[in-house]
Design a protein around this ligand. Structure first.
Ligand code: GLU
Length: 280
């Protein structure tokens, strides 16, 4: 078994991160496997070296030792570019010039029961899909995935989930995915890549057997499985765990500095106290 913890260095690690990292670490160690670390710093406008340093420090304090070198997404742009070139050459991407307002205006009047948002945000109405495309992939553009074409190419998709909320073999329904996910952004103009593309390429390069992460990413997993298939990459097992919530039942976010591991450390808590706090 090989698991990973993949934080973004855009704020302090909080109790939810500690829970996720401990679970990925403990599951790997219990199986005699490996636990890897990856710094998801593609958003260079928000990533800070201080937060990255704090991540290493907090993980060491928690007693979570990781195997091998740390992977940093900012070192991986060549791999992301190569995948985008491949998808572009296969006609599976198109340039999108819509801004948020354009998308909202083009979306048909919201009907009851019809979702407007999917795991990648607003469900794109396809405005730019049939516009003529440049021969070469523009480096500085928003690129969307032709979801229906991809699904036609892959055939049936499924993945194995071991998390308690959805345990079993999960089958992806193509019609539902088209309606509820839509043509996702694979390259953002400000990043040259996207979370979905990077996470899939990196999990494959790190040879992750089991992706252990929060329940908030369950709906995005169908995107990852589709990308794995069209890029010829293996699909790992997935385990989505419950989210750690604050006293009001809201999930913790980066801004919840009160729940930062660093704050508990400063207050004299031990790693055992942290484990106790996130116990189901
Ligand atoms: N970097 C993501 C986060 O901090 C995690 C991505 C993943 O585990 O797939 O929420």
């Amino acid at each position: 078994m090989r698991t990973r913890f993949a934080p973004s260095p855009t704020g302090p690690l909080h109790l939810g991160h500690a829970y996720s990292a401990m679970m990925a670490h403990d599951m790997a160690r219990a199986a005699g496997g490996e636990f890897l670390l990856r710094i998801e710093d593609i958003d260079q406008t928000r990533a800070r070296p201080e937060w990255e340093a704090q991540i290493y420090d907090d993980l060491r304090w928690l007693g979570l030792d990781w195997d091998g070198p740390v992977m940093r997404q900012s070192d991986r742009m060549a791999a992301y570019d190569a995948a985008l070139d491949d998808l572009w050459a296969r006609g599976l991407l198109y340039v999108c010039t819509c801004n948020r307002r354009d998308i909202q205006a083009a979306m048909s009047a919201p009907q009851e029961g019809v979702p407007t948002h999917g795991p990648d945000g607003l469900i794109y109405p396809g405005t730019c899909r049939d516009k003529p495309q440049p021969a070469a992939r523009p480096a500085d553009a928003v690129l969307r995935l032709r979801l229906a074409d991809c699904l036609a190419e892959t055939g049936p998709l499924s993945f194995e989930e071991t998390g308690p909320a959805h345990a079993g073999q999960i089958t992806i329904d193509p019609a539902r995915m088209i309606a509820e996910v839509g043509d996702i952004v694979l390259a953002r103009r400000d990043m040259g890549t996207s979370y979905h593309l990077s996470v899939v390429l990196d999990d494959a390069t790190q040879a992750i057997s089991d992706v252990i992460r929060g329940e908030d990413l369950f709906a995005a997993t169908q995107i990852h499985v589709l990308l794995q298939r069209i890029l010829g990459l293996p699909t790992p097992r997935y385990h989505h765990h419950r989210l750690i919530r604050d006293a009001d039942g809201k999930r913790l976010a980066k801004r919840d500095d009160a729940r930062a591991i660093g704050k508990y450390r400063a207050d004299g808590c031990t790693p055992a106290d942290i484990r106790q706090m996130v116990k189901p």
